[in-house]
Design a protein around this ligand. Structure first.
Ligand code: AMP
Ligand code: MG
Length: 425
């Protein structure tokens, strides 16, 4: 049986970003950039004031002559202009003078520092057109409260790289460099098909032998959480003809996610139907717990052509809800992320380490993914496996915000021991 790492590698070999498309900036959130973004301007465009205050010459604060005039030996300067947001200064700051400036305004020529308005008082009735300003500070250094031109971004600079996920911060940068449209990778369609004769819709009370379909809604939600375009195929029965019809519809999508029917039971028909429909099996069964019966294959397309995105990645997830969830998180999610255009090295399920909050014993012959709770404390994360009754226990999964990883082999883990885990969204 192959390992989780080998299975991850196999899936990655078949998952390629979709063909890029142009979208308006307002639709770009959560998509992945399909182009490098360069700046069309300097930010800030000039030496800019960082505060509301007075543009001055720093040397005026170290020269006695301006100090003596002021209140209690403070500095006093004539105000020659006031520049508010959206305007540019017309005057030059000469010795003995100041220009009142608001945050973001260009620092006038001649000035080399800005003193905050909070460190001053403005006296307007002096006979001078804009009065004088008294400063209650003498500590003024060259460059204070000034952001030099192009400190944040220089014209022509690469500001965002291809493959980057567009979050609100990236939207801000795109808006700043004047992008109203942006090229992003296409949005994959993900078809979801839970299978099983025992399944009833959530709106019904299950009769004898029946259970509610939990995987369908869960997997649809998993797809939506990744911003995929989800195609809900309803419930598949353990009946070859109906299964064949539904799977055929699902093969029009970029990814088909089935659940149930992939183990060794009498009515586990999924692998055979997939084979009949010419879906090429890449692997079946992975050494992990839960999730061992996982089936993965590929349909259509030309697998040797990385620009060919007409193939369908087909995942047959085991039927138990937590098995389905864990397999989705470890294998389907990275594949969808990659199709969405995320860089190859970043698409894998995020992993971190944490210290065990209490001792834990596991007896396992396969790598085990145990629902757990990570506490992101200030001194570093700790992790506590939650009470969980195995692959059918979705309730236990809802208490978790991570999957704790316990490698194969029976072991006793001490409190405080460092283990790896996958944080969950
Ligand atoms: P299977 O992989 O089809 O043998 O299913 C394994 C177990 O998962 C069985 O107990 C099924 O009843 C259960 N199961 C399968 N599909 C679902 C589903 N969509 N929702 C909840 N449980 C399921
Ligand atoms: Mg079944």
């Amino acid at each position: 049986m192959i390992t989780v790492e080998q299975a991850t590698e196999y899936v990655a070999q078949y998952a390629w970003p979709k063909v890029p498309q142009s979208v308006p900036l307002e639709d770009a959130l959560n998509r992945f950039l399909a182009e490098d973004i360069f700046s069309d301007l300097d930010v800030p465009p000039n030496d800019q004031s960082l505060v509301d205050g007075y543009a001055v010459r720093a040397t005026d604060f170290s020269q006695r002559v301006f100090r003596e005039k002021g209140v209690e030996g403070g500095v006093e300067l004539e105000v020659v202009e006031e520049v508010t947001a959206g305007n540019v200064p017309a005057s030059r700051v000469e010795s003995g003078r100041a220009v009142r400036v608001m945050t973001g305004v260009r620092v006038p020529d001649g000035a080399d520092a800005v003193v905050m308005v909070e460190e001053s008082s403005w006296q307007r009735e002096t006979g001078l057109p804009l009065g004088v300003v008294h400063f209650n500070t003498r500590e003024v250094v060259v460059g204070q409260n000034i952001m030099p031109r192009a400190t944040s971004v220089r014209y022509g600079q690469l500001v965002l790289s291809c493959g980057k996920r567009i979050r609100p911060a990236e939207i801000a940068v795109l808006a700043q460099v004047g992008r109203t449209d942006v090229r992003v990778f296409g949005r994959p369609q993900v078809a979801v098909l839970p299978t099983g004769n025992e399944l009833v819709d959530g709106g019904f009370v299950p009769g004898p032998g029946k259970i509610r379909n939990t995987n369908g809604p869960m997997l649809i939600a998993c797809g939506r959480q990744l911003d995929a375009d989800v195609l809900d195929l309803g419930i598949g029965r353990d009946e070859p003809q109906q299964l064949r019809n539904l799977i055929e519809r699902g093969l029009s999508a970029d990814v088909l996610v089935l659940s149930g029917g992939v183990s060794a039971g009498t009515l586990d028909l999924v692998p055979a139907v997939l084979e009949e429909l010419k879906v090429r099996q890449v692997f079946h069964k992975v050494s992990m717990k839960p999730g061992k019966p996982l089936w993965f294959g590929i349909a259509g397309g030309n697998k040797d052509d990385s620009n060919d995105d007409r193939s369908t990645l087909v995942f047959g997830l085991p039927g138990n809800p937590v098995s389905s969830f864990v397999c989705f998180h470890l294998f389907v999610r990275p594949a969808i992320r990659r199709l969405c255009g995320q860089a190859a090295g970043e698409a894998a399920a995020p992993k971190c380490s944490a210290l065990l909050a209490h001792p834990f014993e596991v007896t396992t012959d396969r790598a085990t993914y145990h629902p757990a709770w990570i506490d992101w404390s200030e001194t570093g994360p700790t992790i506590a496996p939650v009470l969980w009754h195995g692959s059918g226990d979705s309730r236990g999964l809802a208490d978790a915000n991570a999957l704790a990883i316990f490698p194969e082999g029976a072991r006793y883990y001490e409190a405080g021991q460092r283990i790896f885990c996958h944080p969950l969204d």
